[in-house]
Design a protein around this ligand. Structure first.
Ligand SMILES: CC(C)(COP(=O)(O)OP(=O)(O)OC[C@H]1O[C@@H](n2cnc3c(N)ncnc32)[C@H](O)[C@@H]1OP(=O)(O)O)[C@@H](O)C(=O)NCCC(=O)NCCS
Length: 164
């Protein structure tokens, strides 16, 4: 596998791939294999991709230079009455990230995260949030990119990064 990749902005046609990445995020635990229809069929996860892309949505896709989509990070502005796991307030974007298993630990996730945070800042957002289950090493990546835990729930933490 050639391990070079490039990033590009997400477009409306990427909705199905973002769905794949929601499934990866939900199945982060080794051995977990909740089927796609079960993950996306639940409102908790469907809200991260339903109707992609709406005004306020933004994301980046990592593509292998040899071809093929390998990962994505994106954010949405979810409403108070239909919040995500990492909701902290109206107008604060919440991000999701996923990388195909074979491509993990090649720097794709960090590159996507940095690109997305830069974009959120350029769009005028002061903060960006996410939710991570306790035990997921992704929390270490988030901390190293400036995210801090602002709320601890049952089995998961909400983290926020200040953008300015
Ligand atoms: C979390 C995820 C998006 C990170 O993407 P990635 O491309 O694997 O991450 P990177 O290669 O950029 O690595 C980021 C850091 O995490 C570390 N890391 C990568 N894989 C690791 C692992 N399995 N265990 C511990 N640390 C790991 C890397 O060493 C790197 O740190 P470094 O730059 O200091 O070396 C990806 O692994 C993934 O999709 N996981 C499953 C879905 C998920 O958990 N999504 C997030 C839900 S909140």
């Amino acid at each position: 596998m050639a391990s070079t990749f490039r990033l590009r902005p997400a477009v409306p046609a990427d909705g199905a791939f973002l769905g794949d990445m929601v499934v990866e995020a939900a199945n982060w635990r080794q051995g977990a294999a909740r089927p796609r229809h079960e993950v996306i069929g639940g409102a908790d996860h469907r809200r991260y991709v339903a109707g992609w892309m709406r005004p306020g949505d933004a994301g980046f896709i990592a593509e292998a230079t040899a071809g093929g989509l390998v990962g994505a990070a994106w954010y949405r502005l979810l409403p108070r009455d239909e919040p995500g796991f990492g909701y902290v307030g109206t107008g604060v974007p919440e991000l999701i990230i996923g990388v195909r298993p074979i491509w993990r630990a090649h720097g794709v996730g960090r590159a996507l995260l940095q690109e997305l945070c830069d974009h959120a800042r350029a769009q005028g957002h002061a903060r960006i949030s996410l939710s991570v289950e306790r035990g997921n090493f992704a929390a270490t990546l988030y901390r190293s990119e400036g995210f801090a835990v602002v709320r601890s729930g049952v089995g998961r933490d909400t983290m926020v990064k200040r953008l300015r």
